[in-house]
Design a binder for this molecule. Sequence first.
Ligand code: ADP
Ligand code: MG
Length: 349
Amino acid sequence: MKDLVKKFGNITAVSSVNIDVDSGEFMTLLGPSGCGKTTILSMILGILEPTSGSISFDGQVISQTPMNKRDVGMVFQNYALFPHMTVAQNVAFGLDMRKVPKEEKERRVKQVLEMVQLSDLAARFPKELSGGQQQRVALARALVIRPKVLLLDEPLSNLDAKLRKEMRIQLKRLHEEVGITTIYVTHDLEEALSLSTKVAVMSKGIVRQIGSPQEIFLQPKNHFVANFVGYGNFIHGKLKKEIDKYFVFEADKGFTLRVRKNGHHRVGDSVILTIKPENVKIVGEKEEGANCIKGKVLISDYVGSTTSYEILSEKGDILKVNVLGLEPLPQNHTINLYLAPESLLILDK
Ligand code: ADP
Ligand code: MG
């Protein structure tokens, strides 16, 4: 996808998106509802035309090619099965459209139904199937045309939590077996991390970061991605000086923190420091010195295995802290926090 843009009137749904997907890759578009994920899939499938920019397969621009000549299979969020057709007829649909001879058609339908473990249900109608079974029919219908690219639009979001996890593992296995280039769409971080070889994190039509699941999770590059992967605390300020492996950071609110160097930052940069709530430590009240922040408990949310706190610091920042398995501290309790220099991450402002 090169400089891909889609506008609906005044709304820019997709804003200058550049994404390369390698052959055999499992690429996920990850982002909140409304960020443009389905619009991108629709342009790849060919049911929407880009406002500008282009889409290419193997170096050939296909954004003007008619849909049925693109070799793209898609599983829609609501599956979009034909209710009056049996499972086998639904799966055969794309082969009928492509005028595949009867014998070959039957062979391929049989093969793909085996792949998704639906052979026994070939004669049923969609309404006689569970949600998970319908989802597999939709998957079989997309795979039977042997597409160059498989598009999956939130395929697990209509399933209950337990089934979602099972289907996730099945999808992963299927991708490993078939090796088909896949573009997957989800708003679910765990799904994206578990399935993907590469993740593009999006918000408001813009790709905010592309990387491996580990890069996205451990080295978010900006506020949006950091927040999305669970960094809850953001402190604005400036890098003042370096002391071997560390920077001394001065917060706009006038306190200093040591932070381990990471990325490309230099003394003088205006930056945001971030830390995950589970990496903030509660320490003894007597402990003083570098990277300790005093405050008091505003909110304490006990959910059994962990307690989540919102702490109001002396300087007026609100810090989020998650603690494993302690007895919860009451409201207004004074508390001393330690933000380890290794747990802090520097983000561009
Ligand atoms: P996502 O799939 O990430 O939830 P979409 O791609 O469906 O997001 O939508 C992106 C933005 O484009 C949203 O603001 C949505 O309201 C808008 N949009 C999508 N399709 C249309 C359309 N046909 N007409 C007008 N606006 C649209
Ligand atoms: Mg969508």
